[in-house]
Ligand binder design. Structure first.
Ligand code: HAX
Length: 442
């Protein structure tokens, strides 16, 4: 049987003519028009990226290789004794587009196992960082410091044919992703457990070994699997995925691109929102003396935040226009495993009161909760209460999707990214030519 890399190459060869044909024969066909609002307003909705790995529909949410989250969780091979699928299986699906068999999952597990050892210089770098460094800074630094291991960078220096870019990119993807659970857990134990590290157990799967190295008992292994799978990909336009894609489009290697992706994820409007949700809830808990607020009390706190010109973390989305199915999947987990958790109760009250408030204020296009509204609750419940660590968990997951995308970016020869900018004066000149300002009577 051909190995994973050979199977992937067969798929790449089948796919390439589709991209070439679109570009050569239909490159002139219009997809979109751009308004001044989109130009100033963060390029919302402009169709200008391609990925076949996931697609985000505003109403139904994310599809990973065509599968909605409940389908995905049902179809991927499960870890024996657990409720959740193997992260390895998800990675196989993202890379190849096929649901793996148990044997194919075992193959990825073995690939990761061979590549999981983290060079000691990474531990030295992390140990040398200031004690109050944010865990995301540490995580991104560790990934960046690994850059000297890049096989793509070495092969490129040696003279690499364009058609072969994908090959060392694939090697870098597996080499890097395989090390992330150990790096993330090391940061956690270094920062919050006095540097008492737990060595990897190579028999365990990606999520199981991470939970083991974190030092958190069952069902944290399943929590980790769920978490990494849900956060893996959200098509290509979100800040972390897009940053990774952009940086790699200059042929910067996987390590440069993933480190940059993590830096984007570390923003409070993006991945850091999971930390912000817990920080916000803790603030309310302190004021309430631990008591669960009534809906009216909670409304007061939410309004105070909004009146202070701040966002309510965990609500809203740039694309989604309904409750994030990643939120729903985690909510289901909470209802089953931690229905009486006090923080879950807080989140529940927030779910009831925030959307009507945001709707009434009339600004947010999507008042519904996103993935980050729920994720910290589960971590907190299982004892991972250092909420500035939560975005690292998101980062491990996001690296799965971004790295798979970067392999395909190089396989299909996606171009250097270089959108065009305009000056304010140019926009004003375009505006002056427009017949009627929006809202004015024609
Ligand atoms: N609280 C308060 N105001 C909000 C809001 C929220 N949760 N969500 C949107 N708004 C405001 C925006 O700040 C914006 O205000 P201005 O016109 O004054 O700038 C207005 O409503 C319109 O925004 P939008 O078009 O609905 O949303 P955007 O596409 O601009 O932004 C965000 C999407 C996710 C950044 C936004 O909803 C937000 O800030 N949410 C809170 C932070 C958060 O939870 N981020 C995580 C999102 C999911 C994710 O990426 N996870 O990694």
């Amino acid at each position: 049987m051909p190995n994973l890399k050979e199977r992937l190459f067969t798929k790449i060869k089948e796919w390439r003519p589709r991209t070439t044909k679109l570009l050569k024969e239909f490159g002139h066909v219009k997809l979109d028009e751009v308004t001044i609002e989109q130009c100033i307003g963060g390029m919302r909705d402009i169709k200008s990226l391609v990925t076949d790995i996931s697609y985000l529909d505003p109403q139904e949410g994310i599809r990973f290789r065509g599968f909605l989250i409940p389908e995905l969780l049902q179809k991927l091979p499960k870890v024996p004794g657990g409720e959740m699928p193997y992260v390895e299986g998800l990675f196989y699906l993202l890379l190849t587009g096929d649901v793996p068999t148990q044997a194919e999952v075992a193959e990825i597990h073995e690939e990761f196992r061979k590549r999981a050892a983290v060079p000691t210089y990474i531990w030295d770098i992390l140990a040398a960082m200031p004690k109050d460094s944010h865990p995301m800074t540490m995580f991104s630094t560790a990934v960046l410091a690994l850059q000297k291991e890049s096989l793509f960078a070495k092969a490129y220096e040696g003279g690499l044919h364009k058609n072969d870019y994908w090959d060392p990119t694939y090697e870098d993807a597996l080499n890097c992703v395989a090390k992330l659970p150990a790096i993330a857990a090391h940061i956690y134990r270094l920062k919050y457990h006095g540097g008492k590290f737990i060595t990897s157990d190579p028999k365990l799967d990606f999520g199981g070994d991470f939970a083991h190295m974190m030092g958190v008992g069952k069902p944290y292994d399943d929590v980790s699997r769920l978490y990494f799978i849900l956060h893996s990909d959200h098509e290509s336009g979100n800040v972390s995925a897009h940053t990774g894609h952009l940086v790699a489009s200059a042929l910067s290697d996987m390590y440069y691109a993933l480190s940059a992706c993590l830096n984007g994820l570390a923003g409070p409007l993006h991945g850091l929102a999971n930390q912000e949700v817990l920080r916000w809830i803790q603030g309310v808990m302190d004021k309430m003396g631990g008591k669960i607020p009534t809906e009216d009390e909670m409304k007061k706190f939410v309004n105070e935040t909004l009146d202070g010109g701040q966002v309510v973390p965990g609500f809203g989305h740039a694309v989604l226009r309904k409750t994030d199915p990643r939120y729903s999947a985690q909510r289901e987990f909470c209802e089953k495993h931690l229905p009486n958790d006090p923080i879950f109760k807080y989140v529940d009250v927030l779910f009831k009161v925030v959307p009507p408030i945001l709707l009434a204020r009339g600004k947010a296009k999507n008042p519904w909760p996103n993935v980050d509204a729920q994720s910290g609750v589960i971590q907190w419940h299982y004892g991972v209460r250092e909420y500035d660590f939560y975005t690292v968990l998101f980062g491990v997951g996001r690296a799965l999707g971004v790295s798979a995308n970067l392999v395909w970016d190089r396989a299909l020869g996606y171009a250097l990214e270089r959108p065009k900018s305009m000056t304010t004066e140019m926009l004003e000149a375009v505006a002056a030519k427009a017949q009627t300002p929006a809202g004015a009577k024609a």
